[in-house]
Design a protein around this ligand. Sequence first.
Ligand code: TXA
Ligand code: MG
Length: 319
Amino acid sequence: MKTVYIHENQLATAGELLANGRLVAFPTETVYGLGADACSDVAIKAIFEAKGRPSDNPLIVHVAGVDQVYPLVLDVTEATQRLMVRFWPGPITLIFPKSKRVSNLVTAGLDTVAIRIPSHPWANAVLKHAQIPVAAPSANRSGSPSATTWQAVQQDLDQRIDAIVCGPPTDIGLESTVVDAAGEQPRILRPGKITWEELVKVCPSIVPYSGHVDRGNELLNSPGLRHRHYQPRAQVTLVRGHLPAVHQEAWFIGLNKSSGTDSCSRCLYCDSVEDYSARLFDFFRQADDAGVKTIYCEEVDETGIGVALMDRLRRASQS
Ligand code: TXA
Ligand code: MG
């Protein structure tokens, strides 16, 4: 399959391709997404195939405006409504009981659907032109770090999808916060840029993200948490304070707190936890391109977006 490369003045073409059942990658404020018609079984099957994604891992449906949400859902709880008003458009995904309109392949057989209205102007333009709900996982091969540049999408998916929108690098660099406020007890299923500290102001009873290990039934409720994720080929080792003796080619990313980094062949010192988050996945990809064996990542404090960054770092470091 020949992949078409789409530029800023051709976003209507990207929308038309999606409306015609094609696979199109486009930038959002979090990471690049790989979009397809959320109501078409054929298109959704093609997403899973292009990514090599396990079919039990459900997809997020993206829409341009709130009016497009209602046909896709059976109910909107009061807590969900408050979150929609406060945080949409933006980097937060909300869970709803699904209507029949959404393909069962999108939700991997669950009776809930995850929905997001992105704030990125390019994503919004593409969704408006498409005029359909668009299921979009991160635009990377399954298991690899999410794509934060169009070149990363190209690296993973060239010749496997119909088109790539060549937008700017994404601002946030980590995937959206996923919140389930559809039931009695609202909770954070995946931490992201919208933090617990912000969420609790709108939803006082919300349960903070509790990590992804040994959570029994919770794993069933967010099946994506089961799968290998965010891993570069290089070994990722988390460090705090002092680096262990470095024996082979290693790179370092962090906030300039650790010592011993002078033995690494490349060091990326980030200005803030936000900056670290935005640069992490691209750094992983650059390290793999350079054939680096080990990436040392400095741990950060688990407050604010630090919760999301530490979640991604821990998953990346699992062997
Ligand atoms: O920022 C993002 O969310 C990006 C951009 C493209 O929007 N998308 C993204 O999609 O990260 P993906 O497929 O890589 O991650 C989707 C996550 C998975 O952890 C999945 O299990 C969860 O959302 N999810 C999807 N539907 C769900 C549902 N009905 N209930 C619980 N979790 C769900
Ligand atoms: Mg993903």
